[in-house]
Design a protein around this ligand. Structure first.
Ligand SMILES: [Zn+2]
Length: 280
């Protein structure tokens, strides 16, 4: 009998703890509702609620993993122009440089969202400083991010300057969005001014591109950007375009047609980390 009472007491203690946890994890409305149910039902509800809470708890680590835009070891410290994908699977990565930028970044994010496309943004440190809200939105919407230096300089740099250009950007990126990245794109694609060498020494992949929209051409109509991308699209390709660093209204105009055209050609859009993981 004493043993039975003991067990009963344990059950009450456990139910009490479960009820307490439920009280902390559910809204007041929900807690009031659970008061009206019988203890067994209440315990079951609490279990369900705990399961739900556990599954929610399991999400943050995934998110943290996603927020660390690392890449396979074989690409670290190398320069990449495109990925080798098995069976020439039609996967392609859109990369968008020089933001986050006022007006054009949110417009491009809207277009990407409407089309269920994830891209990779290479950010400039000064742009993050000016537009932190759009940096946060890029990350919240599931896009990948790389480092594109602080000042976007092309000039030759000593190691200390190259280090500062990359590390300052990494720091503000982390402070603003919690993101760490091992992807680096040298401004202007310049590979011999000290930046790429420093990035490689820190295990970054120096990510170039296999095709450009040529959207920095001040005279071209937006249709030309579309034509450029569709003409040169290839499996494992990395497409260059811009959301910042100037007037990018034509890129915004081109983006829906680029996405539509690539989809019609059978392409699936991936972020750079996804593209590199497809490349064995
Ligand atoms: Zn750039």
């Amino acid at each position: 009998m004493a043993r039975k009472r003991k067990i009963k007491r344990y059950i009450f203690v456990i139910l009490g703890i479960v009820a307490l946890i439920t009280a902390c994890s559910t809204s007041p409305g929900k807690f009031l509702e659970s008061k009206t149910t019988n203890p067994a039902k209440e315990a079951a509800t609490a279990r369900l609620s705990l399961n739900r809470e556990n599954s929610q708890l399991q999400q943050p680590p995934n998110k943290i993993e996603n927020l660390n835009f690392t890449i396979p070891k074989k690409f670290q410290g190398t320069t990449i122009y495109k990925a080798e994908v098995p069976n020439n699977e039609k996967v392609i990565a859109l990369t968008i440089d020089d933001g986050p930028w006022k007006v054009t970044t949110p417009q491009m994010l809207d277009i990407l969202k409407e089309n269920n496309v994830k891209a990779t943004f290479f950010w400039v440190g000064t742009s993050i400083l000016e537009n932190p809200e759009y940096a946060k939105r890029v990350v919240a919407e599931g896009h990948a991010v790389g480092n594109h230096t602080w000042h976007h300089w092309y000039k030759k740099m000593d190691v200390a300057t190259a280090k500062s250009e990359i590390e300052r950007t990494a720091e503000i990126m982390y402070k603003t969005t919690g993101v760490k990245t091992l992807m680096f794109r040298p401004p202007g694609g310049v590979l011999n001014n000290g930046l790429a060498a420093y990035a490689k020494s820190q295990n970054y992949a120096v990510v170039m591109w296999s095709q450009t929209s040529a959207d920095t051409d001040p005279r071209a109509k937006y249709q030309v950007f579309v034509k450029n991308v569709l003409r040169d699209a290839k499996p494992g390709g990395i497409v260059l375009m811009h959301d910042g660093g100037g007037d990018r209204r034509r890129t915004v105009q081109a983006l829906p047609e680029i996405i539509k055209g690539l989809k019609e050609k059978g392409y699936r859009f991936v972020t750079l980390p996804e593209l590199f993981s497809v490349d064995g």
